[in-house]
Design a binder for this molecule. Sequence first.
Ligand SMILES: O=P(O)(O)OC[C@H]1O[C@@H](O)[C@H](O)[C@@H](O)[C@@H]1O
Length: 429
Amino acid sequence: MLRRRPELEIELVGAAGRTIPEDDWRAIVRDGLSEGGAPEEVVARQLEHTRYASVDVTDPAALGDLLASLPAGDPVVLYLALPPAISERATEALAQVERPEDLRVAIEKPFGADLASAQRFNALLAQILPEERVFRVDHFLGIATVLNILGLRFGNRVLSRVWNAVDVERIEVVYDEELALEGRAGYYDKAGALEDMLQSHLLLVAALLTMEEPARIDSVELRDLLTHALRAIHLWEDDPSVASRRARYTAGRIGDREIPAYVDEPGVDPSRGTETLAEVIVEVRNGRWKGVPIVLRSGKAIAGGRREARIDFRPVAHVPEGFGNEPVPDRLVLGMHPETITLTMACSGSEAALDFSTVDLYAQLSSSEMRPYGEILGRLIDGDLLLAVRGDMAEECWRIMSAVLEAWDAGEVPLEDYVAGSSGPQGWA
Ligand SMILES: O=P(O)(O)OC[C@H]1O[C@@H](O)[C@H](O)[C@@H](O)[C@@H]1O
């Protein structure tokens, strides 16, 4: 974002309850910008425009003082990167204070902790500011291959013709990570893999893969069509015990890292039964997609860390006699990390692969190199809502997962184990 608009002056104020020495805060800003690829002169200039304030943003008086300390007349973005219940309390505080005229509120996922709290949070925000000033952040929408799904689907004739249940057999959206808990128990132990990854990031990728064709790419059309797709998504067989699985890791090793069992990680409450790997199968119930299983899966401490959306096409209807080997069905893989696109097609019994790097492709379309967050933040600063999650989209995501959460709470789906550093429990996707 800073690279795209190097002339832009941003006053960056970090705020949290704890005290952070000014130098430590500046080091956080410097490292973050440098790692994101910002040029040295931009980093140096931003360091002259940043400070840290130790503020409890859920306290109306303290939040009011913080807002009043900002330069009057300029647009202000209040970016809430907090657990959902605290974001909601900060918004309650915001409702009670004098607010800058051009205020935008950005909220990191997860938005709410279930359907009821997401609805309550949306209603609260609507009392304070119009939806056009609310940016629910989902950084997966800034991943190059994810952004490119639209181009890939609608920009060429070859794929657009086969993008349906007649030709597609199965879709997988998988984001397995080698990362384990990494000191995030405070947030993660209450969330778990389903809430942390599936109900937001992976469902949005599934919606982009299955939505209908937009007449134009703008924030109204795109978000309408994403909501439309989400509204058609239901659990496979409407049965959480068929459509969902959950597991958590036991002690293991990835490369030279010893990983303790999840329950032995500092800050974890073993009685919660938090899952570190979740798999949910959904279906888009419309004429285009009915009958195609869409597997959403994400796990921590998984060796190899497969992070991709995969479209498996159906086998050809007939193989000529004397053809040799049975041809392997065609497959399109959209790598989310690293960002790649690979199309594998059978070719006379052997496979041919067509590979191209989305990052290179994407670099021609955008000057932002700080993806995926740079893409999201740049649009936030520009007031462009294209990649902001709309309130109704967030509610739909919770609606889809509600029955799974209830079944898990009721103990209807067993919590399995897998060894950290393995590929997950046997028999999973
Ligand atoms: O690979 P990325 O871009 O860091 O995204 C994955 C991360 O996405 C975040 O939203 C989750 O909270 C993390 O648990 C996860 O590790």
